[in-house]
Design a protein around this ligand. Structure first.
Ligand code: FAD
Ligand code: SF4
Ligand code: SF4
Length: 477
């Protein structure tokens, strides 16, 4: 009988992979967590109590078979662990790095609730697939039979790529269109390298190409190629374009030079890390070096901006948020990382306006938390007479994203959208109001998470396969 290796949560403490020292890690854009050594991964996996009803699994959007791959890892059977892990997750090493595990799988681990510290599920998931890459176990898709039908996917973010992978496995011909020069969507140009190194994304792109997915990059659908042309070329279409319209602050002085958008700022920084020519960075417009930086917002995008500014060598970095630490939407883990790296959080503070033609300050109003609103969160209230000016020569607005108006941009009649502008699509299939047109990821959910985009991409791919089969049987009649 196999040696019992599990249930060690009482004798073995929770341990994360080592974090690099803040003084060192703020010098570069590399990931901050070191790799688990094999013995450590096995030890941490062995803490799992192999629950009969695993809440970790039910709270993972992909319903990953977590107890099974933890057991296989603890037993040193890593290739099998990888096979189980990749069966439900298209990009396990990416989710292992950037899922907010504290709100999903790990936040619902029963041993955490019994006070023993959660199993480090994300780190083990990352370890398994990184090891699989190192050992050559991650192979390009090679379908047993090719099909003649083709699917056009608009958007090479995690939603579109997960669908592309799934469809290629079934032998369908897949073309992915993207307006950027590289695939990956926000994995490539939004999320900074200190959370997700870019070669991790690029090796996936390479693998998808080797799997027969055709990429048409630098192709802005609606400008370079019409949506109708794509529809006419393919048997089905998936819209996976994400959400990119920035919520801008409307306040006196908000048009001043030096007030920039988070997505522009992060994209310029990521491009610089790729070694691209980035004039807006070189001119100083989207570069924090030597500046007093104020980032406005309390979500994960704001956390990425403050930590990017630290790495660019800003003089000072402050994050302005109108509620307090306990009520911010961003992950507490990321706040802690930012604090360690030298970011100064100015809680209960809202911008009222900006000073200078080229910005030199943010007029700040202090707030207090009042009664809860309909969602249960305390509403911030103004404290009269508490205004002051926070010095700043670069202000980054990170107030969230909204969908672009696709029907208008693409000139498509009949593509229904919700009152928030997201594409109306069936839950579980992604079927839109147009026949043969599906949608997945942020363009359906609004700004969400990578793991949900992967889930949607996989679900939509399944529904597209059903659609292709149904169309084929109608044609055969
Ligand atoms: P996207 O990743 O946005 O990809 C959409 C793609 O469509 C893009 O490549 C775009 O160029 C392309 N496109 C758009 N319009 C067109 C067009 N007209 N023609 C051609 N191509 C087009 N989630 C996490 O889980 N963890 C994190 O740590 C995290 N950090 C984040 C940090 C930042 C700064 C941001 C902005 C988001 C973060 N997210 C994070 C959210 C996550 O990145 C998104 O939920 C996810 O990428 C959505 O995937 P998607 O495929 O729907 O869209
Ligand atoms: Fe946890 Fe995300 Fe992995 Fe699911 S995909 S197990 S939520 S880290
Ligand atoms: Fe293991 Fe925790 Fe999942 Fe239970 S909830 S199976 S202990 S990881």
């Amino acid at each position: 009988m196999a040696k019992q290796k599990m249930l060690k949560f009482i004798s073995v403490d929770r341990d994360m992979p080592e974090k690099r020292e803040a003084t060192l890690r703020k010098e570069d854009f590399n990931e901050i967590y070191a790799e688990f050594a094999t013995a450590k991964a096995e030890e941490q996996a062995s803490r799992c109590s192999q629950c009969g009803v695993p809440y970790c699994q039910s709270h993972c959007p992909l319903h990953n078979n977590i107890p099974d791959w933890l057991r296989l890892t603890a037993e040193g059977r890593l290739q099998e662990a990888y096979e189980v892990s990749q069966a439900t997750n298209t990009f396990p090493e990416i989710c292992g790095r950037i899922c907010p595990q504290d709100r999903l799988c790990e936040g619902n681990c029963v041993i955490e609730q019994s006070g023993h510290g959660t199993v480090t599920i994300g780190s083990v998931e990352k370890y398994i697939t990184d090891t699989a890459w190192e050992n050559g176990w991650v192979l390009p898709v090679s379908p047993t039979q090719e099909r003649s039908e083709s699917v056009g996917i608009i958007g090479a973010g995690p939603g579109g790529l997960a669908a592309a992978d799934h469809l290629r496995r079934a032998g369908v011909q897949v073309t992915v269109y993207d307006r950027y020069d590289r695939g990956g969507g926000l994995l490539t140009y939004g999320i900074p390298g200190f959370k997700l190194e870019k070669d991790v994304v690029m090796r996936r792109m390479d693998q998808l190409e080797k799997s027969g997915v055709e990429f048409v990059l630098n192709c802005n659908v609606g400008v370079d190629l019409s949506f109708d042309d794509i529809r006419a070329k393919h048997n089905a279409v998936l819209i996976a374009t994400g959400v990119y319209k920035t919520r801008d602050l409307q306040a006196p002085g908000s048009g001043a030079a030096g007030i920039v958008r988070a997505i522009d700022y992060l994209t310029a920084s990521n491009r610089k890390s790729f070694g691209d020519d980035v004039p807006e960075y070189d001119s100083g417009e989207l570069n924090a070096t030597g500046k007093k930086v104020v980032v406005i917002g309390g979500g994960d995008t704001a956390m990425d901006c403050v930590r990017t500014a630290i790495r660019q060598g800003a003089d000072s970095v402050k994050c302005l948020y109108r509620r307090d630490k306990a009520n911010m939407p961003g992950s507490q883990r990321e706040v802690q990382n930012a604090e360690e790296e030298g970011v100064d959080f100015v809680w209960l503070s809202a911008p009222k306006g900006f000073t200078g033609d080229a910005v030199n300050g943010v007029m700040v109003q202090k707030m207090r938390l009042g009664a809860p609103d309909a969602s249960g969160r305390s509403m911030p209230e103004l404290i009269e007479g508490s205004d002051y000016v926070e010095e700043a020569d670069l202000v980054v607005q990170a107030l969230g994203f909204e969908p672009e108006d696709l029907p208008q941009l693409w000139g498509v009649d009949g593509l229904e959208v919700t009152r928030w502008g997201t594409v109306k699509a069936d839950f579980g299939t992604g079927q839109t109001s147009l026949d043969g047109v599906f949608a997945a990821g942020d363009i359906v959910r609004g700004a969400s998470l990578v793991v949900w985009a992967i889930r949607d991409g996989r679900d939509s791919a399944e529904a597209i396969l059903d659609h292709l089969s149904a169309s084929a049987s109608v044609a055969a009649q």
